[in-house]
Structure formats: C-alpha cells, structure tokens
Design a protein around this ligand. Structure first.
Ligand SMILES: Cc1cc2nc3c(=O)[nH]c(=O)nc-3n(C[C@H](O)[C@H](O)[C@H](O)COP(=O)(O)O)c2cc1C
Length: 337
C-alpha cells in the first residue's frame, strides 16, 4: 500500500497525495510582474499530471525584492487577476496550490532598484553592496508581506509559503554571515529570528487561521549547523507554521555537492526532533525513493523540482510503477500504463 499516494490534511485543506511541485522561478514576466500565458500553462500542466500540491515560484512582495526584473510579483492588486486564473485552472484539474512569497534582499539583480539587506555586505563581487535596512524599512517590508498574504487570499490560494531559504532576505536575517546588526534584529538566534517571527505574525493577520502556512528554510549553510536551525524553528514552532519545507544552502556562493535525497536527513531530523510536519526536497526523482522517504517518516510530503520540469506527468506514471490505480484524466486514459 503506497504512502506516497495517501491524502494529507493541512489545516482545512486536504491534499490528495504527498507529491509537491517545488517552487521554481520562471523569470517569465514583463517588468510589471504580472503572470503570463506561460505561467498558466506551466502550472495547470502539473495539475493535469497529478501533483497533489503545486507551489508557485518565488513571487516578490515588493519590486526591489525581485531576483530579476522578470519575476512574478504580488506587490500590487493588479497581480491578483492573473494569479487567480492560475489558481482556478489548477483547482479545475484537481490539485491544491500554494504561493511562495519572497524578498530577494541582497541577491536582487533588479536593475530598477538597489538591493537591501540586514547588513551592507555583498553576496560576492558580481553583486552590489546592499543598503542596510532601517527600522522604518523593516516595518515597510513586513507590511509588504502582509499585503501579499491578503492578495494571495483574494486570488484563492490554498497555502502560503514564506521564503526564508537560499540566502534571500529572511535567510539573511537568520544567518550570522549576513546579519551583523547590533539592534534587536541581530546578535544571537533570538535576535536573528525576530524578522521572520514578525513577518509570520503579520502574514497570519491576513491569512485565515484555517489555511496552512509553510516556511521554506535552508537547514544548513556555510555558517549554520542543523542544530542551530532546529533551535530557530523551536523558537517559531508556535507561530502557526503548519509545515516546514526543508532545503539548504544559498547564503554564500559556495555550492553544496548534491546526491539523491541529499537534504532528506535534515527534514527527518527536524521532523523527529520537533514533532513538526515537513516537506523534503532535493534530487528525489524516482517513485521508489519518494515512497521510501514518506514510508520511513523522513517527511510528510516530498517536493520535486527539475524532475517535474522534465516530466509533468511524473505523479501519474509513478502511481502505476508503485501499483496504485489512479484515475487519469479521461482524455489520457488510452495512454495509462
Ligand atoms: C529553475 C529553478 C527555479 C527555482 N526557483 C526557486 C524558487 O523560486 N524558490 C525556491 O525556494 N526554490 C527554487 N528553486 C529550487 C527548487 O525549488 C528545488 O529546491 C531544487 O531544484 C532542488 O529540487 P530538485 O532536485 O527536485 O530539482 C528553483 C530550482 C530551479 C531548477
């Protein structure tokens, strides 16, 4: 009996299986951040392919929080209709859908604004030195996350994921490499976690209590061991976070060597130590491996990135390989294996 294909309940949302489409930036908007035909087709196709939960790519809460000038945006009401079309289409094809709300911080390459960060330290020589955020600016960005949550609600999303990983703004507050502040937003774990905690509080004010909230984290990094991240999560555990999406790296240019399921042990330790729900991600490409991760209790869900770019129908074919008799879209039944 496959565990990968059993439903999971996240607050009021029931997801039909444990397969998540990982957020993957498409860099395919105009400078307005409004979604295009590409996004609609791209996400709806993965719903047709059977992924239980689709997480829309990093979507900027303010223009200077874009990674590039072609990122999706959610900083204006003008973004809502396009996002709603994506949500409606994914729902029509039987999947749930979340959105990753994000701020790129010092890793923004936008040509239209200067990057900002907790401290004025550049990512590397190819990046600009960011402006250090004042208290007033921090308040403004917290407000931008709250507005983004309100728009995500209006667009009909089932889940919000706050992007606190990969060396972007929230991660920059969490990491001692990028956060050298001497005010209450810096120092030890309590200080460095403050920005994320306040963002979550603001987001929750606009995001219904009964809807799930995910946080994506980099569990380990150049200067952060897993135990420190576990301490940080334990400081936030009661902040209405329903699931932790466990990734790694990104705070410094140093690359990690990846192998199949390389981040799964982080998810497992976080899940088992803290008793929280997790999504595991990173080079999980075969049905057998995905099944094993869930079966062993290493995570509650598994996210696939590049494998779903290669094969949007991966969940349908994975079910067949695991001996699960899924209903395929009737138009494709003739191809069922
Ligand atoms: C094209 C591309 C874009 C990505 N964009 C994002 C993003 O917007 N937000 C994010 O948290 N991770 C992003 N990632 C990382 C993926 O979500 C995922 O964690 C990573 O690809 C590892 O999973 P995989 O081995 O299944 O591809 C991106 C990855 C790719 C390949």
């Amino acid at each position: 009996m496959s565990k990968l294909f059993t439903p999971i309940t996240l607050k009021s949302i029931e997801v039909k299986n444990r397969i998540v489409m990982a957020p993957m930036a498409q860099y395919s908007t105009g400078r307005d951040g409004i979604s295009r035909e590409w996004h609609l087709v791209h996400y709806a196709t993965r719903a047709v392919g059977g992924a239980g939960l689709i997480i829309v790519e990093a979507t900027a809460v303010e223009p200077r929080g874009r990674i590039t000038d072609h990122d999706l945006g959610i900083w204006s009401d003008e973004h809502v209709p396009g996002l709603k079309r994506i949500v409606d289409s994914v729902h029509a094809h039987g999947s749930k859908i979340g959105i990753q709300i994000a701020h790129a911080g010092r890793k923004s390459l936008s040509k239209e604004s200067n990057p900002v960060a907790p401290s004025p330290i550049a990512f590397d020589k190819d990046f600009r030195v960011p402006e250090e955020l004042s208290r007033a600016e921090i308040e403004k960005i917290k407000g931008a996350f709250a507005q983004a949550a309100s728009r995500a609600h209006r667009a009909g999303f089932d889940m919000i994921e706050v992007h606190a990983a990969h060396g972007y703004l929230i991660n920059e507050f969490l990491s001692p490499v990028t956060n050298k502040r001497s005010d209450e937003y810096g120092g030890g774990p309590e200080g460095r976690v403050r920005f994320l905690r306040e963002v979550l509080t603001e987001v929750r004010k606009k995001w219904l209590e009964e809807k799930p909230l995910s946080v994506r984290i980099s569990a380990v990094d150049t200067a952060m061991e897993l135990d420190e991240m576990i301490e940080i999560i334990s400081l936030l555990k009661d902040r209405c976070v329903d699931i932790w999406h466990v990734s790694s790296g990104g705070i410094s240019p140093r690359k990690v060597t990846a192998h199949p399921a390389y981040q799964v042990p982080y998810s497992e330790k976080i899940r088992k130590t803290l008793g929280v729900k997790t999504i595991a991600v990173g080079l999980i490409t075969t049905p057998e491996l995905a099944e094993e991760v869930i079966e062993k209790g290493s995570s509650d869900m598994v996210a696939l990135g590049r494998e779903l770019l290669r094969n949007p129908y991966w969940p349908l074919t994975a079910a067949s390989k695991l001996g699960v008799d899924l209903d395929w879209p009737k138009q494709y039944e003739v191809a069922k294996i």
